[in-house]
Ligand binder design. Structure first.
Ligand SMILES: *Cc1c(COP(=O)(O)O)cnc(C)c1O
Length: 497
């Protein structure tokens, strides 16, 4: 009698986050999938981007919900406020910064990964083997040694941090993991071109070396690192009693897509006993296209390699990868034994690898699933064709720019990035920065296209970076027409057709 009462009490008092009616949740899920597929299938019909309206911003400043409103009502809120106001990077005419497009199956993979909800710190579980599988595929795709270690990370910034942390500890003249950077007798310096991504500077600062440890070497007219200047800087630091320990080579700089002479840097590093790290955030993927592969020659001899899958492999955010040629040095930089994480011989903790010993995160999501499913869905040769296609599109845009007397190409186009500006012959250069900035705002605010901007040689450039599997040549033709029309309007001249 008493026991029955207890049970009844338990049934009414104990709560769960599962739905009361699984049928309702299932129907809601089906609607979400339908809406998501409509969203992607019809993306071309919408503006690329629009400013977030004030009423939406206000709706997203609502008070903390103390009581729940239920799944259906939450989904309606999402549909009204969040869904229509994306960044726009799923659109065929999004070319800002270095941003990938995503895919339908990639999105579904993230949903499945979240349903399984594993924590891939390590252990004998399917997801751990999926990540190992994917890492081996990635090494093979980029021509990197099979024996290398690696892990999936949030992106290129984290991959650079991982690579440079290993570099610092491996090359230090003291036990940095134990004693800290202060134990190094000589100050440690590293080298990268002035065009290097700021995540490298961020890493150097986080690693306790100080941003001034990073020597920013000048670039030549092709925005590649000046090798003579690099050699001189290493030499000067040695003569001054400092400890050069690493060179960061760029496979694709963020401004113009320049690729440093990686083979030459590899030779310098070998001769000088320096760690060779490559930031290949997007450019490393040039290795997938047979015609482009020679551009990144030398990358395979890097001690560590950072690249992204959410950029030029078009996978949903976030996923990047860090590879390290020396697994023991890799692990030594991050491992930190703890009784509560003991790797036992049997049972769940007995898996093949603990990724948490190779990076910053202990708890890690199932990023590997979307990578595994995407590579299997399309096959690596299709990715190679898409990378080549984006580069051909960049050449096409560059040819349109060069052919127009109203436009000026501002940098060479080795990969998928085109920097140009509206600059009709004979116009006063002083007004052009402002005019091109106005063109940029106009393109974005009208929802026509989203390029970004940068400064080259002190001058403002419109910057088009194509990591987009939906772009077609006609999109680039539209861009060129719009830039010229808007440019003339802004400069107060008549539109020439
Ligand atoms: C994007 C980028 C990074 C940073 O990668 P995230 O994925 O944004 O963290 C680093 N280097 C280069 C060259 C990049 O283009």
């Amino acid at each position: 009698m008493n026991q029955k009462l207890d049970e009844k009490a338990r049934l009414t008092e104990e709560e769960t986050l599962d739905p009361q009616d699984w049928g309702d949740m299932r129907r809601l899920g089906h609607r979400m999938v339908d809406d998501a597929m409509d969203y992607l299938e019809r993306v071309r019909e919408r503006p690329v981007w629009r400013p977030v309206p004030e009423n939406v911003k206000a709706a997203l400043r609502s008070p903390l919900p103390v009581e729940g409103q239920g799944a259906g009502a939450v989904y309606e809120d999402f549909r009204r406020t969040v869904f229509p106001h994306g960044m726009g990077n799923v659109h065929p005419r999004f070319w800002g910064w270095v941003i990938g497009t995503g895919t339908p199956l990639g999105a579904l993979a993230d949903m499945l990964g979240a349903a399984m909800n594993p924590n891939i710190g390590g252990g004998d579980q399917g997801a751990n083997y999926v990540e190992l599988q994917v890492l081996n595929w990635l090494k093979e795709m980029l021509g990197y040694p099979e024996a290398a270690s690696g892990l999936l990370v949030s992106g290129g910034s984290m991959a650079n941090l991982v690579g440079l942390a290993v570099a610092r500890n491996a090359k230090a003249e003291a036990d940095i993991a134990q004693e800290g950077v202060a134990a190094a007798r000589r100050s440690m310096t590293l080298y990268a071109s002035a065009e290097t991504h700021n995540s490298v500077r961020k890493s150097v600062s986080l690693l306790g070396l100080g941003r001034s440890a990073l020597r920013e070497i000048p670039v030549d007219d092709d925005y590649q690192i000046d090798l003579a200047a690099l050699r001189r800087a290493i030499d000067e630091d040695r003569k001054a009693g400092r400890h050069p320990f690493c060179v960061v080579g760029n496979a694709g700089t963020v401004n113009t897509g320049a690729i440093d002479d990686l083979s030459a840097i590899a030779e310098i590093c070998a001769a000088e006993n320096l760690w060779f790290h490559v930031d290949g955030a997007f450019g490393a993927l040039a290795a997938l296209a047979p015609r482009l592969k020679p551009l990144v020659r030398g990358m395979e001899s890097a001690d560590s390699l950072a690249f992204d899958l959410h950029k030029w492999m078009y996978m949903p955010y976030e996923v990047g990868c860090a590879l390290v040629r020396w697994p023991e040095q890799h692990r030594a930089a991050f491992v930190s034994p703890a009784d509560y994480l003991a790797h036992l011989e049997r049972g769940l903790p007995a898996g093949p690898i603990w990724f948490s010993e190779y990076g910053v995160q202990l708890s890690r999501g199932f990023r590997a699933l979307k990578v595994w499913m995407s590579i299997k869905e399309h096959g690596v040769s299709k990715y190679g064709r898409l990378v080549a296609q984006n580069c051909e599109q960049a050449q096409y845009l560059s040819a349109l720019v060069t052919a127009s007397p109203e436009l000026e190409l501002m940098a060479p186009v080795p990969l998928n990035i085109v920097c140009f500006r509206f600059a009709p012959r004979g116009t006063d250069g002083g007004r052009l920065d402002k005019a091109n900035e106005e063109i940029l705002f106009g393109l974005q605010e009208s929802g026509t296209a989203v390029p970004s901007s940068t400064r080259l040689g002190g001058r403002l450039a419109l910057r088009v970076c194509i990591c987009n599997h939906r772009t077609r040549r006609e999109d680039l033709e539209l861009l060129v027409r719009e830039v010229i029309e808007r440019g003339h309007k802004i400069m107060g001249e008549s539109v020439r057709r």
